[in-house]
Design a protein around this ligand. Sequence first.
Ligand code: ZN
Length: 152
Amino acid sequence: MKLKTLLVLSLVSLVGGAVSPVAAADAPREVVITANDAMQFSLKEITAAPGEKITVKFSNIGKLPKTAMGHNWVLVKPMSAAELNSFGMACMKAAPEYIPADRSAVIAHTKILGGGESDTITFTAPATAGEYPYLCSFPGHFAMMKGKLTVK
Ligand code: ZN
């Protein structure tokens, strides 16, 4: 009888320990992404639930100034590789923030950051499941600096 009670108690504590604390419904989930002088994002894949609020804490951990090695984080609507290429080309002509005047494809973006700078943005993940590319739109970077947000 005592053993049985002990077992039940252990089970309860096991289950209790496995459940992670539930964040307040309105608190955005924090995603930390860094970029460096080697043109690398620290994170190439993010998964989100439809309509989830996400805060991206983006930092350029490099040492170079933003005129030489600026980085941003730009999330766009689902598009083919060719369309993404065209988007990247349009960004190149849009100094100094490298976001085209036509923002219809842009879901969220940070500022262009130089080494040691950071920017935090909060956005709502799209309600439609799919793969949403992200990139750094600084000239010449998007071929190397890209990833995807998967909404499912
Ligand atoms: Zn970059």
